[in-house]
Design a protein around this ligand. Structure first.
Ligand code: SF4
Length: 386
């Protein structure tokens, strides 16, 4: 059967227009303005271990990471930066706390950008001129990264705790110092672990200037809690057009942060959707094990890069409707599965063949949509057994 895939794709709808921000360069990637919202994360390897760090960066790049940050707490880490910056496939940002000398080392090392924390770099305000000059001469951008956990002591004293006003005042003050030195290539973050405080802080900050904003809920927690906190907070802001780059912080491997970040953007049509499994939650009407079916189909199609929507439905109530709306779907019942492709039933198979059939059909459609065939860069692998 020939499946028509020549329909023009509808223009994806986003919730709100992007707020206008100035555009800055982070190495080869633009942030702000009309640049796509980028996903960032941070490596967990010792930066001084160049091979392990580059290996992790490669894995993060494959997962969809656009920009990566590396910690630089020691001279050995600073010494590793030139090799990492030169060999990474994506722009590298050096994350600097406490010691201003590493800001200059990172700029000299060829890093795409440097994150500075005004709250814990000694006498930071006195160093702004020198940092601005070095960054400007090297074409390196900065992030002014204000964090609730390391708020400038002066602001802590004034507000008593890291309120949204305190975070914003710290950020705006530091931004003004850089701007006095005619340096404008920076983005800002005002992170807090409480999504409510964080949302308020970014909303206030977005009213104060056109700086590109890096969104983050800091120390968001283990994967489940952190995912929810980040998705909620980013969703609230992105739905108002606020946010130019995001970093999900999880107590979990950074590749998970990248997956969550890309999924948040895809959910809001801020990044092209890839594989999407539309599966029902199951209920007393289910005539098939929906959880198992959805898991097996998801696993079988892992790595697919085309925007394929696959519906996995447990019974005939909503099953045929959802299956029809998807590129491919199954509606199960009476020990059988009706397989739909682009709204038409193409066959009915026994329950034991549902997963195998869906994966075969998905791969066939994906190939027609331009998915690389097996052996050419991460094509899906069939893992389910009939
Ligand atoms: S599709 Fe059927 S099994 Fe799934 S939740 Fe709806 S009614 Fe229940």
């Amino acid at each position: 059967m020939t499946v028509s895939l020549g329909m023009p794709a509808p223009v994806p709808q986003t919730v709100a227009p992007r707020r206008k921000t100035r555009k800055i360069k982070v190495g080869s990637t633009w942030v702000g303005g009309d640049a796509p919202i980028s996903v960032q994360t941070m490596t967990t390897t010792k930066t001084a271990d160049i091979n392990s760090t580059l290996q992790q960066i490669a894995e993060l790049t494959a997962a969809g990471c656009d920009i990566v940050r590396v910690a630089c707490p020691t001279q050995d880490d600073a010494d590793a930066l030139p090799a990492i910056a030169a060999k990474s496939q994506i722009p590298v940002i050096a994350d600097i706390h406490f010691q201003p000398k590493y800001v200059f080392a990172a700029i000299d090392a060829g890093c795409a950008a440097v994150r500075v924390n005004p709250g814990n770099i000694k006498k930071f305000d006195d160093k702004v001129g020198e940092i601005a000059k070095a960054a400007k001469d090297a074409g390196v951008s900065l992030r002014i990264g204000v964090n609730a956990g390391s708020l400038d002591p002066r602001l802590y004293e004034k507000y008593g705790k890291p309120t949204p006003e305190a975070l914003v005042e710290s950020a705006v003050w530091e931004a003004s110092l850089f701007e006095e030195h005619d340096f404008h290539d920076f983005k800002i973050s005002v992170k807090h672990n409480d999504p409510v405080v964080m949302i308020q802080a970014y909303e206030m900050l977005s009213e104060r200037g056109d700086w590109p904003l890096h969104l983050g809920v800091t120390e968001a927690g283990p994967a489940f809690q952190g995912t929810i906190k980040s998705a909620t907070a980013f969703g609230a802001l992105l739905a108002k057009g606020i946010g130019d780059t995001i970093r999900v912080s999880l107590s979990a491997p950074p590749v998970e942060e990248v997956k969550v970040g890309t999924q948040i953007l895809q959910s809001l049509n801020l990044r092209p959707r890839k594989l999407e499994i539309v599966s029902c939650p199951s209920c007393g009407r289910a005539q098939v094990d929906v959880y198992k079916l959805a898991d097996e189909v998801t696993a079988g199609l892992e790595g697919m890069t085309v925007p394929l929507r696959v519906a996995v439905m447990g019974c005939v109530v909503n099953g045929p409707g959802e299956a029809r709306e998807a590129d491919l779907g199954v509606a199960s019942g009476n020990g059988k599965g009706q397989i739909f492709v682009k709204g038409e039933v193409i066959k009915t198979v026994p329950e034991s063949k549902i997963v195998e059939t869906l994966i075969e059909e998905a791969m066939r459609i994906a190939e027609e949509m331009g998915e690389p065939v097996d052996g050419e860069g991460g094509a899906p692998v069939v893992t389910a057994k009939g």
